[in-house]
Design a binder for this molecule. Sequence first.
Ligand code: FE2
Length: 424
Amino acid sequence: MLVRNVCLPDGRSGQDLLVQHGRIAAIAPNLSAPEGVEVIDGQGWLLSPPFVDAHFHMDATLSYGLPRVNESGTLLEGIALWGELKPQLTQDALVERALAYCDWAVAKGLLAIRSHVDVCDERLLAVEALLHVRERVKPYLDLQLVAFPQDGVLRAAGALANLKRALDMGVDVVGGIPHFERTAEQGAASVKLLCELAAERGLPVDMHCDESDDPLSRHVETLASETQRLGLQGRVTGSHLTSMHSMDNYYVSKLIPLMAEAQLRVVANPLINITLQGRHDSYPKRRGMTRVPELMAAGLTVGFGHDCVMDPWYSMGSADMLEVAAMGLHVAQMTSQSGMRACFDAVTRNSARILGLDGYGLEPGCHADFVLLQARDPVEALRLRAQRLLVVRRGQILSRMAPALASLTLPGEAPRTVDWLQQR
Ligand code: FE2
């Protein structure tokens, strides 16, 4: 395959991209097409590496309304609701919903997802279902699974044993939820225990950490120090970290360098954090997203996750990582050109780094995985939630979408087309 005339996220334009044997063979202007190669006209559109979701819950997705909706909209009612749904889950329904979501994802150019899977269920139904889904989607989507003890690895009876069983079954990453343990001490103990388990097994860690508006929820400090102590630098991710939004600035000035020293990865979930946090506030209401620009400025790798789509916690969403990034830039007020581009990176290459994806990117030798967006640069892609004209993996077209255009017929005027692109 040869894709002619595309722009790249780094600003290069007029580029051709040649694919051979599922990998990128060359990117340069005016490449010649080898015999028998399919030539696609990129029409100057933006060719990006695929979107990556660094934080999702595929076991709960598309269950909105089962068995009822979340009336208060809070995290805690969501957790309670999920507890009501869990006994009713069936393997078939879990697989069916997850596969439906993967279809949405591919069509939106989202080709890698790290999903937490709840292990606080004796039957480990969701684990079995998502391991099955991971295999089913392997030819077209990278699905990474995190063993997530939703009810607390120490707080819930049997959770630690179930988590270990899930890892034995092939779940990829050790999860946790220290702020949901009974006390701060037990939260810290859970961080220590889970990091040790990951070190023993040679696995990465990705914890729901300090998803709270309580400025004294400081488990990320323990996560950073355990990472350091066990030599897990670069393999540990703190997800959510919303309490950092409410923390005292003096304390944060000590915390961020500790996190950087431990090379912690950070995942913010803008859509969910803006919806779930600040629920105990009257006015002003806190935004509750972690300190994204400050963490990026300190050199930490920050990715964005979708977290939820139509589940007990969130009634919206369509697997659109541009929507996630656009919310991130609004909430973090990252409205400069470099800020907006950094938000685009948070749903592409930063998240790919967090997942440790091999061969990701637009260099010769990388997998030929990419999305052709109906935009001319990442900022325009964010503004328009650009159409995914073409989604390609390993050099194969997985999805096509028609360009977004409207036919306008105004009284007394000739029909014309509207395409929302900035005229240049
Ligand atoms: Fe989550």
